[in-house]
Write a protein that binds this ligand. Structure first.
Ligand code: BGC
Length: 840
């Protein structure tokens, strides 16, 4: 018997030994992050963990850190599935270290609008790039014996009213754009799980969507894994069970449990349906090695070799950086400048990841400033200026804090030492303290000695707080949540600030007490989350900019790091606009006017407007680069490594030009009225405005010429004519079937070795206006030394020339003449060849 057959047999044996309540018990969380064990059948406790940019584990505290990877937009910007696969192996390694069995990743919703709050957490505006990167990441994680849940199935492309919005999307757009990455991942990488979105699609909620969950996902694509709800996303017992939702998370209170037992007994849900749900949960447990007698999908001796997490994060970041402008070849900075001005809040305090469930506490952070200082060494003069501080909340107080967990009488139940003024406990409390008895959390610390003058302290959180400094009470009141997203209290809580006068040697003893409400927690499960913030005195906003300008003027080169803030890019809320927050645009413009050798590094996970982009020497996008941010930045700026990234999404020049701007539902509905025309597919139809930078844009440190393109139909496609004549049915799975073999020959015409992302698009003959003019069909990364040639070999899938036919409910091959084009972006065409697709 094969291991797969043995596993299936063990699953059936376990299933047969369970009665109805026993089966139902497998289908709901025991707590925030786990499914229950069942010793009777040798089933272990299964732990899920977020997420896409690092594995948090069951605890979400700075004292249980995780390797923080670059944001998923960065991973997609590498355009390199092999690298994504290695990132996946690192996630698996981290999951094992943290006792997690399934990682709640990747997020493969699309960049429909640049305003999407979780844009940073998704890959691209293009389903092919998203699908390929996602499939590779899933393969990498699962090679490490850990499961995945590509999410959020489907059409969770923005955050406003995300729990309830009904997304209205036509079938073609659904199939050709939003379902497409999930289909690629399911067919190619066979994920062991998938997460249902909160939202509805054309009516039914995705946790109850019979058509998409049972018929498309399972029957048509052959998905045999577990479909888990998004957290709190399962709302109706019968509809969820019949709609194919295997697991309701978190627990213990869910719509399954006793409700499902009753529904079966009342005949509302057939017992066979529950068998199906339970079978899939047992299969998942077996795959990750939690079912006695069932071979794990990856035996211990076949686990991949350990990954050096920090080294990989550094490599990933540098490979993701996108160089959009490099006037006069200012980059790399070689020889290294003797006098460098480094400017910007994000230079000293890097934004390494976006906010929300994808956020992890890093094992350490190398800021751009630290990275450049270390790389330049003591011989160079490096001057740092804040320039402008866009943050609207104070950073957590940077000192060890003692947190005491107290009961109602003030008795300490436990204590924890925190590395900074941030408390974030979700699902579990330090030292195993139970949520039930917890009444207060008291944080005590000392404001470190700093400059004399007006310091600021802040309280950020929801609920009642009491803040004392050197015995004086600064605040004793309640902070109320803003906005309507139930998670907002946690993801984006309000802040109150207080002044504190200190002398330059003076410190202050600070105590912040948080009084928990009677029923502690977020949506019924345990959560304690608040921040004690601090800021030392600074000069006025104008003085800060003037100092930065003066530093830039006196330096050989000015590096300005600009970026978004935690409030701008976070789960639970869409972006109001794309402008850089605060006075950062003015800062860049004034620095660039003072020093023509100004390099701007953009630290954001999603598009921002760059009104100064034509007046600075260089623009380098660093995304949210993960914890080794500064090392990767020094590598790229100083030229040890070239920036390897290409845009995974088109960046607009103006907000008003964005093809899709509206992300707010009307009467609970969000209409995807643009159909297939998002991102570059929409820009191609514009006669007026052009984007600032097309999808696919970016260069390294060398030049490339495109020298040859060949495209020939693969055997299968050529045989289709024969198949038609012999009456054989054509397979409809065009995502896996090959259409053509394409080779692109490129030459490195520059003076240093380099890497090129070769992009292949398929253009229509224009006769059918319902189809986008030109779509990405395949891509490959090649390397070559100076003067050398490299050949990219790319297999185009049949799907590249197919459209979904809603009337026939199948994929239709668009026969006739297509043009295969190789280019450096969606707006660039180097070589073209006709490709005639024969009749079906
Ligand atoms: C998010 C998911 C996440 C889950 C658990 C939800 O609110 O949408 O992406 O995996 O929480 O943290």
């Amino acid at each position: 018997m094969t291991p797969d057959a043995r596993r299936e047999a063990a699953v059936e044996t376990a299933l047969a030994r369970l009665d109805l309540p026993g089966k139902v018990a497998l289908l709901a969380g025991a707590d925030m992050w786990s499914l229950p064990a069942d010793e009777r059948i040798g089933l272990g406790r299964l732990v899920w963990s977020d997420g896409p940019a690092g594995v948090r584990g069951e605890r979400w505290t700075p004292d249980d850190p995780s390797v923080a990877l670059p944001s998923p937009t960065a991973l997609a910007a590498t355009w390199d599935p092999e690298l994504a696969r290695r990132a996946g192996r690192l996630l698996a390694q981290e999951a094992r270290r943290k006792g997690a069995h399934v990682v709640l990743a990747p997020t493969v919703n699309l960049h429909r609008s640049p305003r999407g709050g979780r844009h940073f957490e998704c890959y691209s505006e293009d389903p092919v790039l998203t699908g390929e990167i996602g499939a590779a990441l899933v393969a990498g994680v699962q090679e490490g014996g850990v499961g995945t849940t590509p999410k959020h199935f489907v059409a969770n492309d923005s955050e406003t009213e995300r729990y309830t919005v009904d997304v209205r999307v036509d079938e073609r757009a659904l199939r050709e754009l939003y379902l497409a990455p999930f289909e690629t991942i399911v067919r190619k990488a066979r994920p062991w799980g998938l997460m249902a979105a909160y939202n509805g699609v054309n009516g039914p909620s995705m946790s109850e969507h019979q058509e998409l969950n049972n018929r498309v996902l399972r029957e048509e694509w052959g998905f045999d894994g577990v479909l888990v709800s998004d957290w709190t996303g399962a709302r109706d017992t019968v509809r969820a069970a019949l709609g194919g939702l295997d697991v309701a998370m978190p627990g213990p209170a869910t719509v399954y449990g006793e409700h499902l037992v009753r529904a079966v007994r009342e005949g509302l849900v057939p017992g066979s349906v529950v068998d199906g749900l339970a079978r899939r949960v047992l299969r998942l447990a077996a795959r990750v090695g939690l079912l006695a007698g069932a071979p794990a999908a990856v035996p211990a001796e076949q686990l991949p070799a350990p990954v050096d997490g920090e080294a990989l994060v550094r490599e990933l970041a540098a490979r993701s950086f996108v160089l959009l402008r490099n006037q006069g070849g200012i980059l790399p900075l070689a020889p290294a400048p003797a006098r460098l001005a480094v400017i910007g809040a994000a230079a000293a305090e890097a934004r390494i990841g976006g906010g929300g469930s994808a956020q992890v506490f890093p094992t350490r952070v190398v800021s751009p400033l630290d990275g450049l200082r270390a790389a330049l060494g003591p011989g160079a003069e490096l001057v740092y200026e804040l320039g402008s501080d866009p943050r609207t909340h104070l950073s957590p107080l940077a000192a060890d804090c003692t947190a005491e967990l107290l009961d109602a009488d003030g008795t300490a139940l436990g204590t924890a030492v925190l590395p900074e003024g941030e408390v974030r406990w979700l699902g579990t409390l330090p030292g195993g303290v139970a949520f039930g008895g917890l009444s207060r959390v008291r944080v005590t610390t000392t404001v470190p000695a700093g400059p004399a003058g007006r310091h600021q302290l802040s309280v950020r959180g929801v609920g009642r707080f009491r803040l004392e400094a050197d015995g004086a009470v600064l605040f004793d009141d309640v902070l109320l949540p803003v906005g309507e997203d139930p998670a907002a209290a946690f993801l984006n809580p309000p802040e109150r600030r207080f002044d504190l006068e200190l002398t330059d040697t003076g410190t202050a003893e600070v105590t912040l007490t948080h009084f928990l409400p009677e029923a502690a927690g977020f949506a019924g499960f345990g959560l304690v989350s608040f921040t004690l913030g601090h800021a030392a005195p600074t000069a006025s906003a104008e003085e800060l900019i003037e100092r930065a300008v003066a530093a830039a003027r006196a330096a050989e080169v000015a590096v300005v790091v600009v970026g978004t803030t935690e409030e701008v890019e976070s789960e639970g809320v869409d972006r109001a606009g794309l402008r850089l927050p605060g006075r950062q645009d003015e800062l860049v413009a004034r620095v660039a006017a003072a020093n023509p050798r100004t390099v701007v590094v953009v630290n954001s996970g999603a598009p921002v407007l760059m009104p100064w982009r034509e007046s600075v020497a260089a623009v380098l996008l660093a995304w949210f680069p993960g914890q080794q941010a500064g090392e990767a930045l020094a590598d790229v700026l100083l030229g040890t490594v070239e920036p390897g990234g290409r845009l995974p999404t088109t960046w607009p020049a103006e907000e008003a030009d964005s093809p899709v701007w509206e992300v707010s539902p009307t009467d609970g509905r969000l209409d995807y009225s643009e159909g297939l025309f998002i991102g570059y597919r929409a820009w191609q139809r514009r006669s007026g405005a052009a984007p600032a930078y097309w999808f696919g844009s970016g260069t390294g440190y060398t030049d490339w010429s495109y020298e040859g393109l060949e495209a020939r139909l693969t055997g299968e496609a050529r045989q289709s004519e024969e198949a038609r004549l012999t009456g054989e049915a054509r397979p409809t799975d065009g995502s896996a079937e090959a259409l053509a073999e394409v080779t692109v020959r490129v030459r490195n015409t520059g003076a240093r070795p380099g890497r090129e992302v070769v992009q292949v698009y398929v253009a229509t003959d224009g006769s059918d206006r319902s189809r986008p003019d030109r779509q990405l069909a395949g891509f490959a990364v090649v390397e070559a030394g100076p003067g050398e040639q490299a050949t990219a070999r790319i297999t185009l899938p049949l799907r590249a020339v197919q459209s979904w036919d809603p009337a026939a409910q199948t994929w239709r091959t668009n026969t006739g003449v297509h043009t295969v084009e190789a280019g450096r972006s969606a707006g660039d065409r180097r070589l073209a060849r006709a490709l005639v697709v024969p009749q079906d």
